[in-house]
Design a protein around this ligand. Structure first.
Ligand code: SF4
Ligand code: SF4
Length: 420
């Protein structure tokens, strides 16, 4: 039986419009981070001129992943800026010269597996719906026999992948076909919510010529789009750390489109579609944004007419997002910027109703974790580090307690090995 809750979508307003474009930030801020790893070798200094796609930093250690400039221009500073995890991260500040001068990327016609991995790595292609895991690492697994495209987008408000798949159906199907061919994968599924009738219609119109790609309809439940839930739902299997243990690679729609542009044009990942929406936004939009822009600049330019003020900005959706500063930097793995009014309901006392326990998809006891924040041994026993940060416990709590934040705090403490 599928696990999860049916949530209101709040997606309609942004779904029905074409993708808008914001590509003119005066400055971009390129965060020196990948997958929460800030141990980065900086490859530029103040005054350097950089081309679009140039490597400005590189992860140290085993995973050699480049961090790239998304414009051509001059490095003018190194500053700390708000990142989607709620923390400040050191960024390379680049003044855009608006010339869009790119590094010379030769298009490769015959792509074997080795070239494929190099193209993904050099163009900084990463998972665009989560922590930003480098995509070439996933595909480095020796034997992959299943490709799963996650087009579920189960969190309310977010429609970035929906509009991208609707506007670029042919390119995305072509990319899946190319990936299957290069990696010798026999079977690919595109997972779509069965209630997403428009998307199913569009896909069914094009998929006929791609005999190895199939559509899989999944229930309209949250968090069915979470990688573990989706794999359980589709393949009825589970894994320890990564789906590749079961020879499965999962990519979301935005990542597949970035792979398409890298394979076809050797184009680095310098922009992405982000949903700008929220309960005070009258005309939500899906906007193709230059990575490294700030949310404030995009809002001023693209939603300026709405005269938005006194709002809370959330990096991500309402369930998994993090309250952020207005200068939040748009990164390749940020799906949504949520603009909400400031009237949060205040939490009261825990009513010991147990609803947070019933709803947790990974079978944790959020209320006990909250009460054990000062006891590391107990936090470990309660396995707080297994929390997937879905936010269902906060959503269901009748006392309006921010339970997810407590569990996240516990999880972070365990990960840091902090003595409490
Ligand atoms: S404890 Fe974590 S995984 Fe469980 S419902 Fe809360 S946020 Fe989701
Ligand atoms: S759902 Fe809220 S009120 Fe109920 S036990 Fe959990 S924390 Fe307490």
């Amino acid at each position: 039986m599928s696990i999860g809750l049916k949530l209101s979508g709040y997606k309609k307003a942004a779904k029905d419009k074409l993708i808008s474009i914001y590509n003119k930030p005066k400055y971009v801020y390129i965060p020196l981070i990948n997958c929460n790893d800030v141990d980065i070798t900086v490859l530029v200094k103040k005054g350097d001129y950089v081309l679009k796609g140039a490597h400005v930093g590189k992860r140290k250690g085993k995973i050699k992943f480049p961090i790239i400039s998304t414009v051509s221009g001059t490095v003018i500073d190194f500053v700390n800026m708000p990142y989607l995890n709620g923390e400040e991260v050191k960024c390379v500040k680049i003044e855009n010269d608006f010339k869009e001068k790119s590094i010379e990327n030769k298009v490769v016609n015959k792509i074997d597996k080795k070239t494929f991995l190099n193209i993904l790595q050099d163009n900084s292609i990463l998972g665009m719906g989560g922590a930003g895991f480098p995509t070439y690492i996933k595909y480095s697994t020796e034997k992959i026999n299943k490709l799963l495209i996650n087009a579920v987008e189960c969190e309310p408000y977010i429609t970035a992948d929906y509009v991208l798949l609707k506007e670029h159906t042919e390119e995305i199907l072509e990319a899946i076909d190319m990936i299957m061919d290069i990696n010798k994968i026999d079977e690919a599924f595109i997972a779509v919510k069965k209630t997403n009738i428009e998307l199913l219609k569009v896909l069914n119109n094009y998929i006929g010529t791609y005999l190895k790609i199939k559509i899989k309809e999944v229930p309209n439940l949250y968090p069915i789009g979470w990688e573990r839930s989706l794999i359980k739902e589709i393949y009825n299997t589970s894994y320890d750390k990564f789906p590749t243990e079961k020879n499965i690679v999962v990519n979301n729609v935005s990542t597949i489109f970035a792979i398409y542009e890298a394979l076809k044009y050797n184009k680095p990942l310098t922009e992405r579609v982000v949903t700008f929406t929220g309960n005070i936004v009258k005309k939500p939009k899906n906007i193709l944004v230059k990575v490294g822009s700030t949310a404030t600049d995009v809002i001023k330019e693209m939603l300026g007419k709405e005269k938005l003020k006194d709002f809370n900005l959330i990096a991500g959706g309402p369930m998994m997002g993090t309250l952020s500063d207005n200068d939040l930097v748009i990164t390749s793995n940020l799906t949504c910027v949520l603009i909400m009014d400031k009237q949060f309901e205040r939490g009261t006392e825990c009513m010991k109703c147990g609803k947070c326990v019933d709803v947790c998809p990974v079978k944790l006891t959020p209320v006990l974790i909250k009460n054990s924040l000062n006891n590391m041994e107990r936090l470990k026993e309660l396995q707080a580090d297994r929390c997937m940060e879905c936010g269902l416990c906060s959503y269901i709590c009748p006392a309006k307690l921010p339970i997810r934040e407590y569990v996240k705090e516990a999880k972070d403490k365990i990960k840091r090995g902090e003595e409490v």
